[in-house]
Design a protein around this ligand. Structure first.
Ligand SMILES: Cc1ncc(C[n+]2csc(CCOP(=O)(O)OP(=O)(O)O)c2C)c(N)n1
Ligand SMILES: [Mg+2]
Length: 147
């Protein structure tokens, strides 16, 4: 993991063992419940998030200390790239450019959308408190091809 560092192996959980998308959020809920004195950081793709975003309500209701970093590339990125490599139609692998931050705010999260490096630097002091925070790191949508 080139961009993430953690205190030790017990602080890192990759949910790819079962190879299914949609497992990240539930796993993070369990970890946060088990370790209420630490902040759990969930890094999740937009595809996996779309399958499980109702859990935003669980985080708030259970008052779990979670920071969510949503990596929004407006796609089932893994499929998109394989389809492109094979010259196949990609339309079923792309999503509209949804801004998820206001949705998280509606549930009571402190939320921000980060689209540029400048924007990211400005937000570095955030999150400033424990509790629920939500950051969606959106790559600039590239008008994904619909064919
Ligand atoms: C239940 C299930 N369906 C389909 C797949 C195939 N699959 C692997 S990665 C992926 C896309 C995940 O999209 P996203 O969460 O947005 O992450 P990204 O690849 O864009 O970073 C899919 C559909 C899977 N692993 N599990
Ligand atoms: Mg994605």
């Amino acid at each position: 993991m080139p961009y993430l560092s953690v205190p030790g192996p017990g602080h890192f959980k990759l949910t790819s063992d079962f190879a299914s998308i949609g497992l990240g959020f539930g796993t993070a809920l369990g970890l946060a419940k088990a370790r209420p004195d630490e902040t759990t950081v969930l890094v999740i793709g937009d595809g996996g998030f779309l399958m499980t975003m109702g859990e935003l309500e669980t985080v708030v209701r259970e008052d779990l200390p979670i920071v969510i970093v949503l990596m929004n590339d407006c796609a089932y990125g893994a499929e998109l790239h394989f389809l492109k490599m094979r010259g196949l139609p990609v339309a079923k692998s792309v999503f509209p450019d949804v801004d998820y931050a206001p949705i998280a705010e509606g549930f009571g999260f402190q939320a921000a959308t980060i689209r540029t490096r400048t924007c990211r630097r400005r937000r570095l002091s955030w999150p400033s408190r424990t509790g629920q925070c939500f950051s969606t790191a959106s790559s600039t949508p590239t008008s994904p091809p619909r064919s």
